[in-house]
Design a binder for this molecule. Sequence first.
Ligand SMILES: Cc1ncc(C[n+]2csc(CCOP(=O)(O)OP(=O)(O)O)c2C)c(N)n1
Length: 623
Amino acid sequence: MKILDNINYPSDLKKLKKSELSKLCEEIREFLITNISNTGGHLSSNLGVVELTVAMHYVFNAPEDKFIFDVSHQCYTHKILTGRKNEFLTLRQEHGLSGFTNKDESKYDTFTLGHSSTSIAMATGIAIARDIKKENYKVVAVIGDGSLTGGLAYEGLNNISLLKSNIIVILNDNDMSISKSVGSLTKYLNKLRAKKRYFKFKSTTTNILCKIPFGKFILKRLDKAKRFLKYQFINQSVIFENLGFKYVGPIPGHDIDTLITVFEEIKNQNEKILLHIKTKKGKGYQYAENNPTAFHGVGKFDKNSGIIKKSDALTYSSVVGNKLMKMANKNKDFVVITAAMTDGTGISTFYRKHKDRFFDVGIAEEYAVSFCAGLSSENIKPIFIVYSTFIQRAYDQIIHDICLNNLFAMFLIDRAGIVGEDGKTHQGIYDIAMLANIPNLVLVAPRDTIELENMIDYGMSQSLPIAIRYKKGTSYPTKFNTYTKIKLGKYEILNKGNDIALIGLGAFFETAEKIYFLLKQNGINATLINPRFVTPIDKETLHEIALSHKLIVTLEDGILSGGFASQIASYLYENGLNKIDMLNFGYPKDFISHGKREDIIKRYSLDANSITDKILEKYKALK
Ligand SMILES: Cc1ncc(C[n+]2csc(CCOP(=O)(O)OP(=O)(O)O)c2C)c(N)n1
């Protein structure tokens, strides 16, 4: 019988003896490795915080005490210990457990979140609310060193002075973001890590004393001395202390006894404590320890061999990586920027081969865009590659720093549209509505990877700010495999038909193409358009279609509200062309939960068959 079999809630955990906790941690690790090998998920980060999470739930009293996990991709042990162990095989699947903390899932999850660097600000807000209401509980934020590279984390640290009472910020330092952590603060943490540790002294003393007669008695007497030693030997951190924290650490983050001793000690202090713990990403699974980046957000893998199941098909991200490599040989005046997403965006080879023109700025999307503005103002062409969901962070910088100054910048927006398993926090469905309404910005979406390359070439030949959005995963074999030249604001017409005009943006051109052939089977020769541009729109083509067709059908993999269709609709309306009927397909203005991309598309009836049925119904009514 395993200890874990009887643990479902923190109340079960608290019944265990301290001496049983190491064994429990081993079992949780085994549970995580087995389950994630079947479902995929954030393995490395979760293996790194098993002891930390067990110790937190052992000493504190969640949900009365509030835990805020930054990004929350490391919350799996927390989920196991808070009533969700038996659902683990549904992780990240339709109707299953979310891969992040999720308020709708459990009262133990303080927030629904998946974006980085928010925890200190959120925790401070809770702590101040607690004080205003004269309540009495603990607020604990857990933030990784990677997440500490984000500007919002510094704003949190800077504003800690707003709080007059207590808070605990745990810095989970594994020297890794998804890849290596970057920046000057990382170097500072490295220095702190290298300092002599008080708790090492304590645990060796404990070990020796436990083995000798009367040792345990002496140990008890030493308890007072231990407290004394703590204040003598504890390291100081000038930065954190000057910000108003009492700095404690660095503590070995896989030593459960030490973690519990420290938590018990700091739990009752009315201070703002920054506890620095040192952990290993991937801890306890050799393959993840050796390659924590590959197992950061991993798909299914073979547990025994550590082989990750991957297809060899070329993804949009790898096409971008290859394209930038080809460009680098010819063109010396561009640089590539990432906000801590080198691997996910396909540019790790570029990073290795062109270190002098590659910048990982940490989880700092706002910084990345302002940085682009500076580079561009001096005629170095910046290419910032970023996931759609994370560019939300940099909205103002795009408007104010880039577009207001009408500077060249290329934003390659990966993971646009539904991303699938990461769910609500990560769906890339807001970027069209966000970006379509910014003056000067050109927003385009390629219908496949060949057009993606063409668009990059096109963008580089212009001096305008341009955003190119493309989906996660692979392209498809189109039947329309000739590619016309890209011209600013010109749609590509692939078939000139009559009555119905199908306009399928970006990844949804594939759906439009399928619908075109389905309509053909129904005797309808539709006009098929790949618009390429969200902005500027092709006024001439829209004018022509509005006067010669009965129905315009638009398709986009973003929210409809304020998006591609609404740009077209307002143009038609403003120009008195609104007699033509329209059907607009896209997502509702909503938060879309996790599942496979194809299943989510079906959930919203955005697959080719469902749309064709609706078009045929409408068409009959029009006749
Ligand atoms: C705003 C934002 N940008 C990028 C990401 C993608 N991301 C998820 S986890 C992560 C690394 C976090 O590193 P750290 O906080 O040190 O946690 P670790 O995984 O090392 O435990 C990144 C970059 C994100 N979640 N949010």
